[in-house]
Each structure stands twice: as structure tokens, then as C-alpha cells.
Design a protein around this ligand. Sequence first.
Ligand SMILES: Cc1ncc(COP(=O)(O)O)c(C=O)c1O
Length: 443
Amino acid sequence: MPENGPEGHREVRRGATRLDNYVDRYAARTQGMTASEIRALFSVASRPEVVSLAGGMPNISGLPLDVVGGAIHDLVRDNGAVAMQYGSGQGDPGLREQICDVMRLEGIEAHPDDVVVTVGSQQAVDLVTRIFCDPGDVVICEAPSYVGALGVFRSYQCDVVHAEMDEHGLVPEALRQAIAATRAAGKTIKFLYTIPNYHNPAGISMSPERRPEILEICREADILILEDNPYGLLGFDDEPYRALRADEAEGVIYLGSFSKTFAPGFRVGWALAPHAVREKLVLAQESATLCPPSFSQLAVSAYLSNHDWKGQVKEFREMYRERRDAMIGALEDLMPAAARWNVPDGGFYVWLTLPDGLDAKAMLPRAVTARVAYVPGTAFFADGFGAQSMRLSYCYPTPERIREGVRRLVGVIEEELELRATFGAAVHPTLRRGYEAPNTDLT
Ligand SMILES: Cc1ncc(COP(=O)(O)O)c(C=O)c1O
């Protein structure tokens, strides 16, 4: 665009540098889309000498790339004209049938007509929010909650109301109170967003005993549930948990994903929705992308048909269990007694609460200098809470690196505790409550 051009887009001021000449023109909804202050630190954290316990990238090093490559070769040779063409806005019918087979493992009986394929389950969160939420509407979320969903809710100008969790997941009484307080304030609740299995970031699963109670509360209060379940098949013990959707078809939208059970690069996820909602989701999907990518869908479909994908998921589970054990073992051996953490029964994450008076966000630069990274708890709250906590991911580094990462982290915490003991609380005066925009890089 020319300088001082006819539309005046480009503005060069003498003596003043504006980094973004469009700053006054963005829609109000972009105000929630600011980069987190910790983003810059993470470019440092991705250096090889840093043990990153921060990222939530699935560890796909065990995938049989030759088999996947062969399947993609065959797909292009035998069905390339379809794979490289536009497809249905709702997604490939064959894949939707296979998705119903996958969901049956969690007790869900569904019809392929009620499935909408999306660009990862992330897009499903976006589409559901798009069709339900006006600015100022409330979404109830667990405390803490998935940073990428909080980012979506902010971008649609929703208000997030958090409800507490304990070791059995979302606390029914906290949910009741959140509903009552929100309604008493005259606000409209559009849905409850919950991650019942191997929660990101809390590492907690909702107990089977609690699930009917949560369903009952929402049924009674007429609140839709958005059940986000990308980790459901990655449990370390026994059978998968029964999905909320398995016992409530009308009041639940269920989201699934192949990102953690196969590979995130295909960007294939889905929503299973009540019939009428499904129609709106397809319209929203068509306006967002015309259709989900045919190539990715058919590649995932070929993988599910021709490969022992359940055997591969079992291998993933064993690999993640070994890493979970490495992290929990290192925490038990090394962490100061005043720190607390949970032992996840699946998924990727441990939620650690620091000894009183320590601030995970303030400590992060010192941790990165000590060559270990984590995500401060404040990233997972819409209201600035979480400063004393952090999310530790064990999914990606090797068990040896995990132990080394915990050793470095413990060194930093002990130094902080020593400084506090020497100089008092004034060294780290804040357990700040200021809002920090979620960093959607940190899935
Ligand atoms: C809870 C949760 N929901 C949704 C997603 C998005 O996953 P994808 O879009 O890759 O399916 C993630 C990714 O980490 C997640 O942890």
C-alpha cells in the first residue's frame, strides 16, 4: 500500500513510530486477542538446551511413518481426484461412520448424520461459540481451563465464569453456585465447557460417580454442556471413561480429535451435536472453510481402515505412562514438601502448586535461565487466578530429560524459598490477579 495513499491506510508520522497503523480500526472483539507477555520467553524456551515442560505437543515419534506414507501414496494413486477436490461441509461420510465407531469406545451410540468434521477440535470450540454466543454471554468453565478455549471465548467477547474442581473433577456445588450467581446478576449462560478426562491443564478426571450429578444439574438448569474430550482414549488404566454424551444426547455437544490418538498435523477433529445444532454447525463450517480438508479426512480414514490404530493408541498410552511415572517419581524424590501436585491417570499434564508465597509467573524468567520451562497457572484462568500454580507437561521429553527438568525446577524453587527466607515477602510481593490473555501457542 502506498505511503499516504488514497485510502490513507499507511500513516508515517514524523517523530513518532506506530508499530501498527491499523490499531484504531480493529473490531472490538480483537481486544481479547493480545499476545501473552510470556510468549517471548517461550521462543527462548524452545532452544534445545532448555527442558521444556511447557508445551502440550503430542509425542508422535512412535508413529509408523512408512505405513502412513504408503497409505497416503495409495490414497493419491487410487482416489486422488476426490482427495484433492472440495468435499461436503459436514465432512466425509465414510470418516463420519468411523468416528461413530471411535466414540462407541466411550459408550456413545451416535448416527454419522449428527457428526460434523472440523479442523481439529479447536475449530469445533470456535464454531460452537460462534453459533451460541453473543457478546456478554457467559460460558462456565472449570478452574483452571484449556487456554485455547479461553482464547476462543474471549474472541467472541464472552464472559467466563469459573467453577472449582477437586480431585474428582468439577465440583457440583461450585457449578450450582456459578449458575445461581450468574443468573442472579442477570446474565445469560450459554453453556458449560468441560474437559472431563485427563484435564488440560489440571490433569484431573471427573469421577464416574460425579458425572450423573453434573448432567442432572445442567438438565435441571437447562444448560447445554460442551464436552471437550481430545485425551479420552489416553488413560493409563482399564477402560476409557464413559462420556457424558453417552448418557445425555440432547443436552451435550461432544468434541473429539485425532490429534492425540493419531497426529495433530492432519487437523481433523469433530463435533457430535443434537440434530438441530448440527445443522447450524454445518452452516457455520461452510462459512468458515467451505468444507474441512478432504485430503486430511481421507488420509485419517485410510489410516483407521488399514492400520491397527487401537494398537498404536495402546503404544502411545504406554509411552505416556512411562513419562508420567518419570515426572511423578522425580517430583516425589526432589520437590520441597510444601509443593503439591496431582497424579494424572491419563493425558499429558500435572498441575503443581508452589509453596506459599511463590509466584510461578514471576519465577518463569529465572526458570528459563536455569534451562527449564513450564506454563504459569495464570494462563489457564480468565480472571487472573493461578499465580501460585503451574502446568507441567510430560508428553514430549524423554524420561531422562523429564527428571533433569524437574531437578532444575526444584533448584529454582529452592533458591526462591531461600531468598524469601532471607529477605521476606517483599522479594516477591505479588500473587497477582491481573488478567493475562491466554497464549494459544501453548496447547
Ligand atoms: C482440551 C483441548 N481441547 C482442544 C484442543 C485442540 O486440539 P485439536 O484442535 O488439535 O484437535 C486441545 C489441544 O491441545 C486441548 O488440550
